[in-house]
Design a protein around this ligand. Sequence first.
Ligand code: NDP
Ligand code: 8X3
Length: 250
Amino acid sequence: MIVLVTGATSGIGKAIAEIFAANKYNVIITGRRKERLDVLAAELTEKYSVKVLPLCFDVRDKQAVEQELNAIPADWKKINILVNNAGLAVGLGSIQEGVVDDWERMIDTNIKGLLYVSRTIAPLMISNGVGHIINIGSVAGKETYANGNVYCATKHAVDSLSKAMRIDMVQHGIKVTAINPGMVETEFSLVRFKGDEERAKKVYQGITPLSPNDIAETVYWTASRPAHVTINDIVIMPTAQASATVSVRK
Ligand code: NDP
Ligand code: 8X3
């Protein structure tokens, strides 16, 4: 069995790669930080005796996505599961004061990147006659919060694309699942606040957030249902977070 996880150099994607490796999947891991990919590949190979193929590319680069994924060896092309995880928020501010470059990074990564990867892998799954696409959305794709405008819009797009993919793929027996987490402690807030560690830490203060492994376990559970069962959509939250905007801090 083979799983492809985008954005496996950190956080949720790294935990997903590890749980599949622990369950004896061979794993294709992607991201832009080559060193981290190489370290993770060595760790997973050593710990779980599985094969790992690290691919370093930016999901925003359409040509690189196509080139890297089309060039994988034939025996790696029998991909059973694609986890579209690579994504980010950049900035938190009003529309009227928004930073257009930040908007473009989010739109290009979270929407266009997911589409480029899916456009390349879905035909392989169809020709293999089997497959499962798991998109990492967000509570931000179910609700909209103050100053979250463009990030929320990109995750609403992931919500919509997951539904659309499910309709287009059903005739080919390909499953499509969307997992929509609330707060997960990863490098997410550090990236959102452009390296401001103090501000990033505050996001998780006084609350027990989800861990990357909580999401990985959920992803693996959806991937390990029987062939006739598809989990369409999951919203998973920390117990202390009721919605995108309501949480209890101690
Ligand atoms: P991290 O910042 O820890 O990880 C993000 C991953 O995405 C990294 O591996 C990064 O790899 C990769 N990535 C980002 N941009 C690109 C790019 N242009 N090309 C290739 N890879 C890229 O954050 P999380 O683990 O939290 O985020 C994973 C997903 O989960 C995202 O889609 C996020 O929106 C979603 N999510 C996160 C939540 C949270 O609270 N943390 C809640 C709900 C959803 P590299 O930098 O090496 O390229
Ligand atoms: C990340 C969770 O609430 O910061 O998608 O948007 S949130």
